[in-house]
Design a protein around this ligand. Structure first.
Ligand code: SF4
Length: 181
């Protein structure tokens, strides 16, 4: 009886593993070992990745290592993902930064990064020379803005202000802020 229960548990385990692998494959997440995860339920927080060269620090949601290298994966809850398989600029900056951080921290190849908007097909981000140059320019602009006395809003998108963590204190927000009670 004990043997039967163990065998049954093993079969259920194999079945669940297959289902999970098939689901990963069907939504386009690459096979491989999860070598890094950052989520609230973890008891031990993973290390912050640091690039002294670019003055960057960050924690990717997940890193998958396979024969191609290490792939950073970011999970996003955007109610309206960008059309035509695109990636929002702030998510593009984030994933490019993680690609740089992973390359410098692990010294391994990073073929691309992934952004997952809900159940949609993952969107790939490539660290092309143009993308990396753009990232470095963004970092420079952010540094300049940080040391400036005041900075003007650079866009007209209400949705960006709606999801912005600075909205409460920002005097250029396009969305009014009501403090939760
Ligand atoms: S709330 Fe302010 S800082 Fe945030 S996106 Fe809008 S204008 Fe920019």
């Amino acid at each position: 009886m004990v043997l039967f229960a163990a065998l049954l548990a093993l079969l259920v385990g194999v079945f669940l593993l297959r289902v999970s692998q098939r689901r990963k494959k069907s939504i386009g997440i690459p096979h491989g070992d999860v070598v890094y995860q950052d989520h609230d339920s973890q008891r031990v927080s993973p290390p912050t990745l640091v690039s002294e060269r670019l003055g960057l620090r960050g924690k990717p949601d997940c890193l998958i290592r396979n024969q191609d290298g290490i792939i950073p994966v970011e999970l996003k809850k955007s109610a309206r993902p960008p059309a035509r398989g695109g990636v929002y600029p702030n998510h593009l900056i984030q994933v490019l930064a993680y690609i740089v951080l992973v390359r410098e921290h692990y010294g391994e190849r990073v073929p691309y990064g992934l952004v997952l908007y809900g159940d949609e097909e993952p969107r790939k981000v490539y660290a092309t020379p143009q993308n990396l140059e753009w990232l470095e320019n963004v970092i420079l602009e952010v540094r300049r803005a940080r040391s400036a006395k005041s900075v003007d809003r650079s866009h007209t998108q209400r949705s960006r202000c709606r999801g912005c963590g600075m909205r409460e204190s920002c005097n250029q927000s396009l969305e009014s802020y009501t403090r939760p009670v």
